[in-house]
Design a protein around this ligand. Structure first.
Ligand SMILES: Nc1ncnc2c1ncn2[C@@H]1O[C@H](COP(=O)(O)OP(=O)(O)O)[C@@H](O)[C@H]1O
Ligand SMILES: [Mg+2]
Length: 507
């Protein structure tokens, strides 16, 4: 390859920051894109990839930073502005009119009133649909298309509108392996003709296979890049290893309370269980986990690999199709949710406001919501006293026990739920993303409290999609990938590179 004097990048974003409450989703991100390049954006869940794409596509406005196109500063206030400048986004959720044909959908995307000048639109759409393998379907209703075809229609819509930049947020997550190859062939062809493509993916192998350049985000910041030259020179293995190092923390942080602990006897045994998801597709495949008193097992994995189904199966909310779950040697498969709770198995959902608490009740009421009640009467005085104690112990910022729970911040609601559940001295605690979206201080407080509970004998399964949130507190890390236990690592034999590979789908 001969290097020519480089013109300014087609798209250049500098110093992009975007905050959502306590979370700095993008922190001074620099990102650029050249014509004809496929630039992959990688990072763990919550790293800020979708946020950056939404900013480039005009869906969100950055708090600070600048975007230039062909060297010229632009300011987008809505997606239409980005489209006018040739930036087309293909979102994870499609926006088609299902009853209308492909052609009509493309016309709508162009801002045409339907059935007006469809002839002209057909002429423009024909070559685009042909190269995307959709021409034969041009007059079919979108309802009849597969998910993969609908995704290609989204790309077609962007191209017919003259996009020079395509933003693709996890386009392969809905595709079968064969469809992925088809999409990549299309993307390579488009890039050869000068289209610039940003592709977000969780899967390292995919990123290395398709891209000319890779940028990795970690906790909102750019943690590293692999340039076109580096990717061309180094072996795939090495590229993967370098990316993993950029994606995950380099060292093992430890919370203070780790010290004195001893693993107790087996409390909860999950033995080769399988379960289906809400769409009846297999979500857990023959998973086995043994939880001992006194230990925290960290379940690592990219979101959507069976975590939710596992929690629900243990809680008694979701039937299992194979295997068995036992508590202290007794099978509990026939027990309902309340009976399992009575045994001391408590499960914290990742849906704080929806399932974990009642917004309209007071803090004191929420704090006593799931407590077993002794008599028929509510002892309001005791309830208030207990609440005051928990508010202090957990540093919940609320004016008082009578405050409406819905008026607290997310972090304080999370502390409230944990305070309530942990104060019941559970024997087994399943915590699904207890620190998700919280500021670092609150997250550290919660992790320290979980560790203390384990040191006091509780058996804890902690689920986080960010490895950094697991490493400080766990005795063992188990990786869940595509519904299977892909690997297990005791604390003294943590292999971050291998964990990263397993999380990214390697077998
Ligand atoms: N609209 C939003 N409101 C509040 N928080 C958000 C919003 N969008 C993203 N976040 C938070 O910002 C962080 C980055 O999210 P996101 O960009 O979606 O990450 P990724 O796509 O890399 O998984 C996460 O902690 C997420 O919870
Ligand atoms: Mg995302």
């Amino acid at each position: 390859m001969t290097e020519l004097a480089a013109p300014p990048p087609l798209l250049q974003a500098s110093g992009i920051s975007k905050r959502f409450g306590a979370v700095l989703a993008n922190d001074a991100v620099d990102f650029d894109l050249r014509s004809g390049e496929v630039h992959a954006l990688l990072g763990e869940n919550g790293a800020g990839k979708s946020t950056l794409l939404a900013i480039l596509g005009g869906l969100y406005r950055p708090d600070s930073g600048e975007i230039r196109i062909d060297g010229e500063p632009v300011r987008f206030t809505r997606p239409a502005d980005a489209l006018t400048r040739g930036i087309g986004a293909v979102h994870q959720h499609f926006t088609h009119a299902l009853e209308l044909s492909l052609l009509e959908n493309i016309a709508l995307g162009l801002g045409h009133r339907i059935r007006l000048d469809l002839g002209g639109v057909r002429e423009r759409a024909t070559p685009v649909l042909a190269r995307l393998g959709l021409l034969a379907r041009i007059d079919d209703p979108v309802r009849d298309l597969s998910l993969g075809e609908r995704q290609r229609l989204e790309i077609a819509k962007a191209l017919v509108r003259g996009s020079r930049v395509l933003l693709l947020d996890e386009p392969t997550s809905i595709l079968s392996p064969g469809e992925v190859d088809g999409l990549f062939a299309i993307l390579r062809g488009l890039a050869r003709e000068g289209t610039a493509i940003v592709i977000v993916t969780h899967k390292l192998d995919e990123a290395v296979a398709i891209s000319h350049r890779i940028t990795v985000l970690r906790r909102g910041r750019v943690s590293g890049t692999l340039t076109r030259d580096e990717l061309a020179l180094i072996e795939r293995e090495e590229a993967t290893a370098r990316i993993i190092a950029m994606m995950f923390a380099a060292e093992l942080p430890v919370v203070e309370a780790f010290g004195k602990r001893r693993a107790g006897e087996l409390r909860l045994r999950v033995d080769r269980i399988s379960a289906r998801d809400d769409r009846h597709a297999p979500a857990l495949r023959e998973c086995s986990i043994g939880l001992k008193g006194g230990e925290i097992i960290g379940l690592a994995g990219v979101d959507g690999n069976g975590q939710r189904e596992l929690v629900e199966a243990i809680a008694g909310l979701r039937p299992i199709t194979t295997g068995a779950i036992s508590f202290e040697g007794q099978e509990i498969d026939r027990l309902g949710v309340a009976e399992r709770r009575e045994l001391g198995i408590l499960c914290l959902t990742d849906d704080r406001l929806g399932e974990g608490s009642v917004a309209d009740l007071s803090v004191a009421e929420n704090l006593s919501l799931t407590k077993p009640r002794r008599g028929f009467w509510l002892d309001r005085r005791a309830m208030t006293r207990d609440a005051e104690q928990l508010i202090a112990e957990w540093e919940i910022s609320a004016p008082g026990p009578a405050t409406r729970t819905g008026d607290l911040s997310g972090g304080n609601i999370q502390k409230l739920i944990l305070a309530r559940e942990l104060s019941q001295q559970p024997k087994v605690l399943i915590a699904n993303k207890p620190t998700h979206g919280l500021d670092a201080r609150t997250a550290t407080l919660i992790r320290a409290r979980l560790r203390r509970q384990a040191n006091d004998g509780c058996a804890i399964l902690l689920i986080e999609s960010d490895l950094d949130d697991l490493l400080p507190v766990c005795d063992r890390i188990i990786v869940l990938s595509q519904g299977r236990i892909a690997g297990e690592f005791p604390r003294n034999r943590i292999d971050l590179a291998q964990i990263g590979r397993l999380m990214a789908g390697a077998t």
